[in-house]
Design a protein around this ligand. Structure first.
Ligand code: ADE
Length: 247
């Protein structure tokens, strides 16, 4: 799966998505994650990317031209020969099964369900905002969906973009060693994950629940399900809602 991340701080994104499981999946060619520095697409001789908002108000806004030029370059990369228009006001065709996201507290809240939906795409293009935001017109021209990672405001879209990319990526076949890794985890079936234990069997006077040492898989599954329901009821009753508890 391919991700194209347009940002003013590509090093920040590369640092986060260059390590551990995602870093290894990139090295193995399972994930193709590319970052683009929007500033390098500014036509301004001082490479400015922001300007003051019309109508007054706080701070600076990211102006449309550098973002537009950057997006054109993203689409032009690898586009079939003869499909990239010379006219800078026109875009190369957007490949099939591709979605453009803009990270914003104004977007719809990111969930495990949304991660799974996006993981079925071939390509996700992400625009990270900075300063006080982005000129609305360029969002209207290029963005399919605004995505928020929660009801709080960060200084930019880079950390949200890393979170969304990480969460989608781990659902891409081959990124995690075993598919079971994500079959039993929190949110997968609308429940939070059950508690887990490893050696030693007794630590600080606390023993691992007996059933987990029994080797009886049906009893273990039942215990885990009960614990999942108990923890979800206690911590996130909203997840259960009025629906039946999954068996
Ligand atoms: N940019 C700033 N805050 C954000 C949030 N909560 N979600 C997504 N992008 C953001």
């Amino acid at each position: 799966m391919r991700f194209d991340i347009m940002t003013l701080f590509p090093e920040l994104v590369e640092t986060v998505l260059g390590e551990s499981i995602i870093g290894r999946a990139r090295a193995a060619g399972i994930l193709d994650i590319r970052t683009y520095n929007i500033r390098t697409y500014s036509d301004d001789k001082r490479h400015r990317v922001d300007d003051t908002p019309y109508g007054g108000g706080r701070g600076m806004l990211m102006a449309p031209p550098p973002i537009w030029n950057c997006y054109r370059a993203v689409l032009a990369d690898g586009a079939p020969e003869g499909t990239v228009p010379d006219d800078p006001d026109l875009l190369p065709p957007k490949p099939a099964n591709t979605r453009v996201l803009y990270m914003s507290p104004r977007g719809t809240t990111f969930t495990q369900k949304k991660a799974a939906e996006l993981a079925s795409l071939d390509r996700v293009i992400i625009l990270c905002g900075h300063y006080e935001g982005v000129d609305e017109r360029v969002l209207e021209e290029i963005v399919d969906e605004e995505v928020s990672i929660g009801d709080y405001v960060l200084t930019g879209g880079e950390i949200p973009a890393c979170i969304v990319t990480d969460s989608i990526s781990r659902l891409v076949p081959g990124v995690l060693a075993l598919p079971e890794c994500y079959e039993n985890e929190s949110f997968q079936d609308g429940l939070l994950e059950y508690p887990q234990y490893t050696r030693p069997p007794v630590w600080h006077g606390r023993a691992v629940p007996e059933v987990l040492l029994s080797g009886h898989h049906a009893n273990i599954d039942e215990w885990r399900h009960e614990k999942s329901v108990e923890i979800t009821k206690e911590r996130r009753p909203d997840l259960l809602g009025s629906q039946d508890i999954p068996k």
